[in-house]
Design a binder for this molecule. Structure first.
Ligand SMILES: C[S@@+](CC[C@H](N)C(=O)[O-])C[C@H]1O[C@@H](n2cnc3c(N)ncnc32)[C@H](O)[C@@H]1O
Length: 202
């Protein structure tokens, strides 16, 4: 299998081999922002989108007046595309970094997941859950989409999983508030996604 490092992802962006990019905000994340985020966060709440790619979700939050949105990706190409598309987004909140090396503890109120978890080698899942807990404030929320097709460890991403497996991965670090089939996925992902709302154990 390929090493899923910065070069791998940069190459995929450079070759326009980005089938995950929905080219606009996806319906489940938009609905979550319009309802849950609107009711639970204020416009200054620190919100992170890790492995954000071209970050249409961050653009939406920014346009809705959320002032403390952070976009992170290991590959420079999608961040540059975002910079061109959203020139008024604060440059200091655009981070080209490896999620696992990112040092910011107890900071974020909310982290939004979309096709980042599934892009990582499955053996990193425990570290992902641990790192998310470290980045979040006490009672902070990790929310978003997880694929629910079988995990094939030999192939290329996206890597799937099941509710049972995700419960085992996240329960040591999070109270599971929601982990259920997603009813409003974009068409190509219909019936392949779960929506998760996980509250950090602090
Ligand atoms: C499948 S893409 C998803 C992009 C975006 N979330 C979306 O929905 O369009 C996975 C993204 O994670 C980024 N990535 C992979 N490993 C990473 C890491 N260790 N730290 C930060 N970003 C990473 C890749 O560069 C890529 O942009």
């Amino acid at each position: 299998m390929n090493t899923l490092d910065a070069q791998y992802w940069q190459n995929r962006y450079q070759h326009n081999d980005t089938p995950w990019d929905a080219n606009s905000i996806t319906t489940p994340i938009k609905h979550f922002i319009d309802t849950y985020v609107a009711n639970h966060c204020d416009k200054q709440s620190p919100i992170l989108l890790p492995g954000a790619g071209t970050a249409h979700e961050a653009e939406y939050l920014h346009r809705q007046g959320y002032e403390n949105v952070w976009v992170m990706d290991i590959a420079p190409e999608p961040l540059e595309a975002f910079r061109q598309r959203v020139p008024d987004f604060p440059e200091e909140h655009l981070l080209q970094a490896d999620f696992f090396e990112f040092e910011k503890s107890d900071f974020f109120a909310l982290i939004i997941e979309q096709t980042f978890f599934c892009a990582l080698q499955p053996e990193l899942r425990r570290r992902y859950a641990q790192k998310m807990q470290t980045l979040l404030r006490k009672e902070g929320i990790l929310a978003g989409l997880l694929f629910c097709f079988p995990l094939d460890k030999t192939g290329e991403p996206p890597f799937g999983g099941s509710i049972d497996e995700y419960q085992q991965t996240f329960e040591p670090h999070f109270h599971i508030q929601t982990l259920a089939p997603c009813y409003n996925s974009i068409k190509p992902r219909a019936e392949k996604e779960l929506f998760a709302i996980l509250r950090s154990r602090g």
